[in-house]
Design a protein around this ligand. Sequence first.
Ligand SMILES: *Cc1c(COP(=O)(O)O)cnc(C)c1O
Length: 378
Amino acid sequence: MADFPLKSYSAAPWMEELKHIPRHRLELAMLNTPIHRWNLPGTPANFDVFIKRDDMTGSSLSGNKIRKLEFLLADAVSQGCDTVITCGGVRSNHCRTTAVATRQLGMDCHLLLRSEATNLDGSFTGNTLLDSMVGCSFYLIPKKSQYNSHIYPRMQQLVEYLRDSLGKKAYPIPIGGSNSVGVFGYLECFRELLQQNVQERFSDIVITSGSSGSLAGLAIGNYLTGSKLRIHGMAICDDAKYFHGEINKVLRELGMQEGQGSSGVRSEDIVDVVEGVRGLGYGLSQPEELECINQVARTTGIFVDPVYTGKATFHLMRLMKEEPDRFQGSKILFIHTGGVFDLFSGAMGSMADKRTSSEKKVYDWMEMTEKTPLCQSG
Ligand SMILES: *Cc1c(COP(=O)(O)O)cnc(C)c1O
C-alpha cells in the first residue's frame, strides 16, 4: 500500500462563489496530461484536431474517473471511512479505477454491478479482471436497475450492513462519481486546460459523456471563467434531456442555478449535448464503430474504447464532415477519457482474426526468406 497524504485543497479564484468547495484532495493522478495533434483519418482540410490525453492519468488508474476520485476519496478518508461502495456496469471504468485506487489507499471496495447474469463466470476480462485482482467484493444487480430507485437504496443498505455486522465505515460513491464533490475533478481539469492556453488555441472542446460529471465540470469551468470555448458532450447513453437534467442538478447543488445567485445559469445555455452517438445502446457496439477504433489505432497509434471514446470519435469524424456548423470554429480539442482496458473485455470480438492475411501482416519467416533472402551473404 502506497502512502498518499491528504492535501488541503485551494479552489481557483473563479470557483470561490461555489457552494460545497471540498476541503481536501488526494494526489492520485499523473497531471498535467499532455495535449498533442491528432491526425484523425478523413479530417476535412479546414479542421485541426488535437487530443488531451486523460487516458494517461495513470497506468492502472487510467482515464477520467481518477480526477473525480481525487476529491471523492479525499472526502472518504477525511471522514475516517475504511471502505468504499460504488456501482456501474460489469465493464465499468469507474468501478475499476475505484477498486484499484482504494486498494492503493489501504481501503476495501464493494462494487454493485449491473448485469443480466447471476454470476461473473467468464467475465473476468478487461476491467473486471483488475477489479478481482485487487480483491474487491462484487454484488450483481439487475441490468435495468435505476440509480435513484434501486441502486442508491441498496448502497445505503450495504453501508448499514457493513457497519452493523463488521464495524466498517463505508463511503458510497454514485454512478461515475458524478456529484457535486466529483465535479471538482473536471473543474480542476479546466484549470489545467487554462494553464495549457486552450482559450487561445482552440474553438471547441469535445468530451464523451456517460454519467455527465466530466462534461459538467468543463462546462461550468468554461462558464465561470468567461472563456468562450464551445463544449460538446457526446452522449453515449440516454438523451440531451437526461444530460441537461443531471447537469442542472449539479448547478443547483453548487448554488449556480438560475435564480440562485448572481451567476445563475442553465445547462442548456452552456453545453451542446450531441445525440445519436449511443448507437445500439450503452455498451453495445456496431461493426462500423469497431472498425473506426481499428482504423484510428492503425493510422494514429491512439487506442479508443468500444463503450465511450470509440463512439465519440466515430461521431466526431462524422460531424466534422456532415455538420461542420455544429462547431463554433475549426480548432477542436478532444478529451480522451480513457477506457483502454475495455479493449480486453472481448467486445472487440474476433476483428483481428477476420482480417485478410495481407491485412494481418503475419509472415512465415522461413518461407519468406527462402523466396527472397533478407540478407545476402557477401
Ligand atoms: C466514465 C467514462 C466517460 C464518461 O464520463 P462521465 O463523467 O461519466 O460522463 C467517458 N469515457 C470513459 C472512458 C469513461 O470511463
